[in-house]
Design a protein around this ligand. Structure first.
Ligand code: SAM
Length: 270
């Protein structure tokens, strides 16, 4: 029953988001920026569910792997470093089942197929993800890069137990274009940025705290390539995240942005 209700909630969230996404797509087109046009075309194809045969094969493979996770009742112990956990603490210990996490911590298949499409359309060489969790978004991202036959996903996760489940998922799909790091963002990000710069695409999907989000934005800027994309998840999740998104979208260093309701995209040219 709970799974059924969750599915209805996810579907309604998707339907409610459509007018905002269509508005963002039209705004991108009216901006007359060639990169904005690429993003708009990608969003349009995604909304129309236009996928090539090769893309469909990958999406099916990921879906099969994700369904396996949804059936796994194994309990894992994790250290939570997310929003609400004080920066002075060593994280909060929690016991969770893989099946619960596979549904609760990731966006729906529909949203993650946008991530996959973006990889194919924007062809980033280096992608950085903050918040691997058990690797669901990572599978979409790395699969898109695989299809491009180039590109690496660098992904960071604070909870070791999540990272090891993610590793199993990447291995199961032969996604050998992923470099995983474990550690708290505040501890490991400085060295990772130095080692993997310049970064073409960043997916910020961990620590959904407004202040932390703006500070990651500032921290990332010097390490971006001359033409880079930032994707923020949960921009309307809380008042502080809404405020953070507004600050980032209005920042003079951002060439253009798109509010896709739950997700925000920025393009930075420097
Ligand atoms: C929403 S989940 C990521 C979901 C994943 N990107 C996906 O779509 O499949 C956020 C993840 O970020 C991790 N996280 C949150 N705050 C963190 C921090 N400060 N340092 C390291 N990891 C953190 C959490 O442990 C959690 O696994």
């Amino acid at each position: 029953m709970k799974k059924f209700i969750d599915r209805i909630l996810i579907r309604s969230e998707e339907i409610i988001a459509i007018p905002t996404i269509v508005r963002a797509k039209n705004n991108l087109r009216s901006g007359n920026h060639p990169r904005a046009e690429i993003l708009a075309a990608c969003i349009e194809e995604w909304l129309e569910k236009e996928f090539s045969n090769e893309e469909k094969i990958w999406l099916e493979k990921i879906n099969t792997q994700w369904k396996k996770l949804q059936r796994q009742d194994t309990i894992i112990e994790i250290d939570d470093f997310g929003a609400g956990v004080p920066s002075s603490s060593n994280g909060v210990k929690k016991n969770v089942t893989i099946s619960t996490i596979s549904v609760q911590n990731s966006r729906s298949q529909h949203w993650l197929s946008l991530m996959f499409k973006l990889m194919c359309a924007l062809r980033p060489a280096t992608v950085l993800e903050l918040g691997t969790c058990i690797g669901v978004s990572g599978m979409y991202c790395a699969a898109g890069l695989k299809l491009n036959t180039t590109g690496t996903l660098v992904t960071i996760e604070g909870a070791k137990a999540y990272a090891s489940v993610a590793k199993e998922n990447f291995t199961a799909l032969a996604l050998n274009n992923v470099i995983q790091y474990t550690g708290r963002f505040s501890d490991v990000l400085p060295d990772i940025l130095k080692d993997h710069q310049p970064i073409d695409f960043v997916f910020i999907d961990g620590h959904h705290d407004g202040e932390a989000t703006v500070s990651y934005f500032e921290q990332l800027l010097p390490f971006l390539s001359r033409s880079a994309w930032l994707m923020f998840d949960d921009i309307s999740w809380s008042r502080s995240m809404r405020r953070a998104w507004k600050t980032i979208a209005e920042d003079k260093r951002v060439s253009f942005s798109a509010n896709l309701s739950l997700i925000g995209m920025c393009y930075i040219e420097q």
